[in-house]
Design a protein around this ligand. Structure first.
Ligand SMILES: Cc1cc2nc3c(=O)[nH]c(=O)nc-3n(C[C@H](O)[C@H](O)[C@H](O)COP(=O)(O)O)c2cc1C
Length: 321
């Protein structure tokens, strides 16, 4: 069974999803250390903040460690701002520029950004037409199904983006307001691939190497994007399974990378966030999460992390993480 999966998988590009607070250089370095993936999307970068010179922008636009595999994702509600920000990023070494038309967080959506673009085919088409004039690199869009569960609307929306010059679409197949509890509709990925002349990446609910290979083998041909599971298991693209790698070492390496590649203001919040994902791999992970959350410094987090492994070793979560 695995042999036939592997054959398809050899030709399937694997992409790291854009995730706010997660898809930054420290995670990319960690994933590269396990062998890497084909492209790394950045966490969404606010077009307005980038143009206004926000205090953390230099961290957000860090394209390391593999600039040629980096895709900058922009979020915004104003087409002029998005175009100007895209033109700026287009001058940096990267694989492409992605426009966020999928984020459903109320704070983003209510400003007219993220998935709000999916409410109007014309508004979205005009934005892409404008951005296309200033971006020479690959232009892509990440989106959801739309506000209704209506495949025809999605197909029309994407055909318009393709006509305006988008070269890759990533579909996270949930409707605009659906949460993670509702399973991603992967059949829409296969259907959309048949409708468009450009590649369609599929994304959503891949939790293990077996899921990754299953999705690469089904739903037609196209890239596969992974989000949360690539934080929980940064070795997923290397197709290693838990039990063959050291979770303790992964956490320690992450702390080192965090110190080097994130601003000090973010250290504690990002450490808590990442370690809560790493803990999902461990048998007593919930207990460990509570202990880690009480720590106020990276040194404290390291001490508690090391202490856990001294006591319990690398015993895995039997639910398969
Ligand atoms: C913490 C978090 C932050 C996210 N931030 C972004 C973002 O900045 N841009 C975006 O397009 N999607 C964002 N997403 C959505 C993911 O890219 C992805 O579509 C979603 O998590 C489903 O994929 P998964 O099941 O592999 O995690 C975010 C998701 C999470 C969990």
């Amino acid at each position: 069974m695995f042999d036939s999966y592997f054959k398809v998988n050899m030709n399937t590009p694997f992409l790291l999803a854009p995730m706010a607070e997660l898809s930054h250089r420290a995670l990319r370095e960690l994933i590269e250390g396990f062998g890497g993936c084909n492209e790394y999307f950045t966490e969404m970068i606010s077009a307005g903040a980038l143009l206004g010179g926000g205090p953390f922008e230099s961290w957000y636009i860090d394209n390391g460690p593999r600039p040629e595999k980096l895709v900058y994702q922009l979020v915004g509600a104003d087409s002029g701002q998005i175009s100007r920000a895209a033109a700026l990023l287009d001058q940096r070494e990267c694989a492409g520029i992605d426009i966020n038309m999928g984020c459903s967080a109320p704070l983003i959506r209510k400003t007219g950004a993220g998935v709000a673009w999916m409410a109007s085919i014309d508004r979205a088409g005009e934005l892409i037409g404008q951005v296309r004039q200033v971006v020479k690199r690959r232009l892509s869009v990440k989106l959801r199904i739309g506000f209704q569960d209506d495949f025809e609307y999605l197909a029309n929306f994407c055909r318009r983006l393709e006509a305006e010059g988008v070269e890759l679409i990533t579909l996270h197949p949930r409707t605009a307001l659906e949460k993670f509890k509702r399973l991603a509709r992967w059949d829409y990925v296969g259907k959309l691939r048949q409708e468009l002349g450009i590649p369609v990446a599929g994304n959503g609910d891949i939790a293990s190497v077996a899921d990754l290979l299953r999705r690469a083998a089904g739903h037609g041909f196209g890239p596969i994007m992974v989000g949360r599971a690539a934080v929980r298991q940064p070795w997923i693209f290397a197709q290693k399974v838990p039990g063959t790698i050291s979770i303790e070492e992964t956490g320690l390496r992450f702390l080192e990378l965090l110190g080097r590649y994130q601003p000090v203001e973010f250290h504690l919040s990002r450490a808590r966030l990442f370690f809560s994902y790493f803990c999902d791999n461990l048998k007593w992970g919930n207990y460990l999460k509570n202990l880690l959350n009480r720590e106020e410094t990276l040194a404290g987090i390291e001490r508690v992390w090391r202490g856990y492994f001294a006591e319990h070793g690398e015993e895995e979560n039997s639910s398969g993480a």
